[in-house]
Design a binder for this molecule. Structure first.
Ligand SMILES: [Zn+2]
Length: 380
């Protein structure tokens, strides 16, 4: 997870073009959800990624999905490279890779705060420029992968011992807003606006060549989506229904693991280090907790977990990073805290995405894990 900065409007992503034209909208970046210019293969991969990590599960503040798309596809994608963080070192690795990388799956979104320029001034801008110039697409699953059943938090909890694992904050039920007899042009117009409301528009072709439109969104965005559709579709009937809860079963923010067999704190620490392949981790013992304290419950949040774990009752908090005062607050309430550094709690999950994606796409496409991607913090 990154901080909860709002990214309200992708159209703020502007390219300042030298002197002659003051500011223009950078179409291929802002129209990230408009797939009709993709080759079939990129579209197919994006569809599979959306199925694996439904964007509707992502945080409202997040920026997930296809973030960079080539204006045209000269060749289908033959190589996907996966990374936790798309740094300049990883981008160099991507550009040197063979066969040529056509898609980067970056767990953290390389475009998060709206960019106001694409120059060589900052690493973030240089990375996006290189992707665009090399016709490389970028996809980020981020908090959709955190929330989904079987996602990064389930992966993290799976290494801690057998037990019952449930979301700390289950995904609230989704709603579907439905309208018929919508023109193709209107679907295009509405698609991006719906996405900005945190919804997802799906269109189905009808016998009369018009479309049935379905927009799925959460309850807190329902009124916004409904108002948008009513404003655009003045003559169509618009209906609302609740989506069956099975679609979001097991998904949500963070996880709480109740161990079938309690384990001592010292043994639990060894278990975490072994699972994540780390020589050392940081431990803050809860007040009155010795190494022999028997751990029965663990609250898990990959990445930066303080906002999710705050107030949760568990023997141990396991996350990547927390501030000094957040740790003190937890230990004063008797909770022990284990910090593994931010991306160390996420990176191992990439191998699972790789395997699942390879299975979904078949063996013709090469999928590799970046060798340059690593947590920036090391113990010295
Ligand atoms: Zn993270």
């Amino acid at each position: 997870m990154l901080g909860a900065t709002l990214l309200r409007n992708c159209s703020q992503l502007l390219l300042r073009v030298a002197s002659s034209r003051p500011v223009v909208q950078f179409g291929s970046l802002t129209r990230a959800r408009d797939y009709h210019h993709c080759s079939m293969e990129l579209q197919l991969i994006v569809t599979r990624l959306h199925e694996m990590f439904p964007p509707s599960l992502a945080g409202n503040w997040d920026n997930v999905g296809l973030l960079v798309e080539p204006s045209s596809q000269e060749q289908p994608v033959s190589h996907i490279m996966m990374t936790n963080d798309l740094t300049e070192d990883v981008m160099d690795e991507v550009q040197a890779a063979s066969p040529q990388v056509g898609l980067i799956v970056a767990y953290h979104p390389p475009i998060f705060k709206p960019l106001k320029s694409l120059t060589r001034r900052t690493a973030k801008e240089r990375i996006i420029l290189k992707a665009v110039e090399s016709r490389i697409a970028i996809y980020s699953p981020h908090t959709a992968a955190d929330s989904v059943y079987g996602g990064v938090n389930d992966w993290l909890a799976a290494g801690l011992g057998e037990g019952e694992c449930t979301p700390l904050q289950p995904t609230p039920p989704s709603y579907e807003v439905r309208a018929e007899h919508v023109s193709s042009e209107m679907c295009e117009v509405m698609s991006d606006e719906v996405a900005l409301c945190g919804g997802k528009l799906v269109k189905k072709l009808r016998d009369d060549s018009s479309y049935e439109v379905l927009v799925r969104c959460r309850l807190d965005r329902l009124s916004q989506v409904y108002t948008l559709l009513c404003g655009k579709l003045t003559s169509q009937n618009i209906s609302i229904s609740q989506v069956a809860k099975e679609n979001t079963k097991g998904s949500g923010v963070g996880r709480k693991l109740l161990l079938n067999t309690p384990v001592s704190l010292s043994e639990f620490v060894v278990r975490v280090k072994n699972y994540l392949g780390l020589p050392s981790i940081r431990l803050a013992r809860g007040r009155n907790c010795e190494d022999s304290f028997m751990v029965k419950s663990v609250a898990v949040c990959a990445g930066s977990g303080a906002s999710v774990l705050c107030g949760v009752s568990a023997d141990v908090y396991l996350t990547g990073e927390m501030s000094h005062h957040e740790v003190l607050d937890a230990t004063s309430r008797g909770m022990s805290v284990i910090l593994c550094e931010h991306s160390n709690t996420e990176r191992g999950y990439l191998a699972k995405i790789k395997d699942n994606l390879q299975q979904a796409l078949g063996s013709d496409i090469k999928i590799s894990l970046s060798l340059k991607d690593h947590d920036p913090l090391i113990t010295v």
